[in-house]
Design a protein around this ligand. Structure first.
Ligand SMILES: Cc1cc2nc3c(=O)[nH]c(=O)nc-3n(C[C@H](O)[C@H](O)[C@H](O)COP(=O)(O)OP(=O)(O)OC[C@H]3O[C@@H](n4cnc5c(N)ncnc54)[C@H](O)[C@@H]3O)c2cc1C
Length: 487
């Protein structure tokens, strides 16, 4: 039940922003999708439909001195998108594509737009015209990510020679802590441009994003099974042969000597011809669930089945943008538990960066660490990033190899601590080699690990105070780090 004061406050806001209210109940709980480990009680959950409503929410919260948190599709796993007792904005109804300059390949969309909506929109507009634009990159492993969430984490895909997403951003509009609209580009409000991208929602609400598209291309997939010790060299060879995308999906069978040492190496090379693209074989959601179930119960079999499926797709052709779409089941954890029983669990991800020459040795030591900790890897890949020389808090401090681990995590304090221990161990292995890790997936790193990987973290918090002195935009992630770096 709402108290009388809460009722008055809620109805007052409702009068200002009538569409914005999804829920007007006393207890509102939100959670992240993939790990389900960030259950948070928020004061209100608002679903604005226009930029003007976003402005009004900020002004109203400011008058009432209430904190705001902002979420997209809720895939972050460190509490970046929620703050306890805040007004939580769900941006997913802000999903219009607002302009498309077909001469220059610039597309503008509202920040709650998800990749499939964006791709559908420009494909419909372009029809079968000769000159076709497409996105350069998006995340792999799922599609339901908003543009706002993607910018705020400065994400990347599996491009072989790409920098993080900031390199594909022409500009965006931000609503600041006073409710003012600010245009951010490389030559206009540059500091905000550099810090809001990868700034985890702490510097204002991104309202609209202008993305630079690239020419859409036809690609041929080339698949082989290779050893991790040859991987860095094989990536170089593929790049020299003009392949555009690629990754290495490694063996997850901890009982085998090949654990993290062999993998499916799939790369995509452009071809110019009038041939139609043909990708007859494709993994659907049910196939993914089957593979996941096997990975939970028999990782040797899971990798063998996955490798044989991928090899059977060697030579298939794809479009460079739609090829980046992938199957994902948001309720995979519940479905698997219904099939195989056991305690409540989910997958927690980490992404570790290592200099490319150190990759094979890192994987050998990572295998030892995970085995000795008894940690189960359900899925993992290696891809590449180029150095990000633009954002304020870059995770791609160098041209790294990126190693992604999905760890099976039991939802007990011992289970969570076991995964956290392995993540910290992996981060130490990366730091010892001049590497780093991604902030989006958890907040298990120790303070000295954060400081080693992100030496400018304290300055990042100082800039937060400069742009948002009243602390209007908050998250549990921010509150945790503010405390960790206090004093
Ligand atoms: C299965 C899976 C696969 C993934 N694969 C990749 C990958 O391949 N590459 C990669 O880089 N990352 C990957 N990620 C991480 C993911 O890209 C990021 O966590 C991304 O931010 C999630 O987008 P979202 O829409 O879910 O945003 P949310 O998780 O809801 O929010 C993310 C951050 O953005 C902020 N935010 C959201 N909207 C706005 C806005 N309008 N204005 C200001 N701030 C805003 C939030 O406050 C929060 O700090 C993956 C995650 C999962 C679960």
């Amino acid at each position: 039940m709402l108290t009388r004061r809460e009722f008055i406050r809620t109805t007052a806001l409702f009068a200002l922003v009538p569409h914005a209210f999804a829920h007007r109940r006393a207890e509102i709980w939100v959670n992240d999708v993939h790990s389900q480990l960030n259950r948070t009680r928020v004061r209100e959950l608002l679903l604005p439909r226009t930029g003007d409503e976003l402005v009004e929410i900020v002004r109203s919260a400011s008058r009432k001195t209430l904190p705001i948190s902002v979420s997209g599709c809720r895939h972050s796993m460190g509490g970046q998108q929620f703050a306890q007792d805040s007004i939580c904005i769900d941006t997913r109804s802000l999903n219009r594509v607002t302009s498309f300059d077909r001469e220059r390949g610039l597309i503008e969309a509202e920040a709650g737009t998800q990749w499939p909506e964006l791709i559908r929109s420009y494909l419909n507009t372009q029809g079968d015209s000769a000159k076709q634009w497409g996105i350069a990159q998006k995340q792999t492993g799922a599609d339901t990510f908003t543009l706002g969430g993607s910018l705020s984490s400065n994400v990347h895909g599996r491009g072989l020679t790409m920098k993080p997403l900031i390199s594909n951003i022409d500009g965006f509009t931000l609503i600041d802590a006073e409710g003012k609209r600010i245009r951010c580009r490389r030559d206009e409000n540059q500091e905000l441009f550099r810090i809001a991208i990868g700034g985890y929602g702490l510097f204002g609400l991104i309202e609209r994003v202008t993305l630079q598209l690239v020419p859409r291309q036809k690609l041929r997939r080339v698949v082989e099974i290779i050893r991790a010790q040859d991987l860095a060299k094989r990536f170089e060879e593929r790049i020299a042969d003009n392949f555009l995308y690629g990754d290495f999906q490694f063996s997850i069978d901890e009982k085998s000597a090949d654990f993290l040492r062999i993998g499916v190496f799939s790369c995509y090379q452009p071809f110019a011809s009038d041939e139609p693209v043909e990708a007859e074989k494709k993994l659907r959601n049910d196939d993914w669930l089957d593979l996941l179930r096997l990975a939970y119960t028999d990782r040797g079999k899971a990798f063998a089945r996955y490798a044989s499926y991928y090899l059977s797709t060697n030579g298939q052709t794809y479009w460079s943008d739609t090829n980046q779409l992938s199957a994902y089941l948001p309720d995979y954890a519940r479905k698997l538990r219904a099939q195989i029983g056991g305690e409540e669990s989910s997958l927690v991800i980490t992404e570790i960066y290592v200099p490319r020459p150190a990759l094979a040795e890192f994987l050998t030591q990572a295998a030892e660490l995970l085995r000795s900790n008894g940690t189960l890897v359900i899925y993992g890949t290696v891809r590449l990033t180029e150095k990000d020389n633009e954002s304020f808090l870059p995770w791609a401090k160098e041209s790294y190899a990126c190693v992604i681990f999905n760890l099976l995590t039991l939802h007990t304090s011992a289970g969570i601590e076991a995964s956290a221990k392995s993540f910290r161990g992996l981060i130490d292995l990366a730091i010892a080699r001049g590497g780093s890790y991604y902030l989006t997936y958890h907040r298990f790193a120790r303070r000295e690990q954060v400081a080693a990987c992100y030496p400018q973290f304290r300055k990042f918090l100082d800039l937060k105070s400069k742009y948002d002195p009243a602390g209007r935009f908050q998250s549990d992630w921010y509150r945790y780090y503010r405390q960790l770096f206090a004093g």
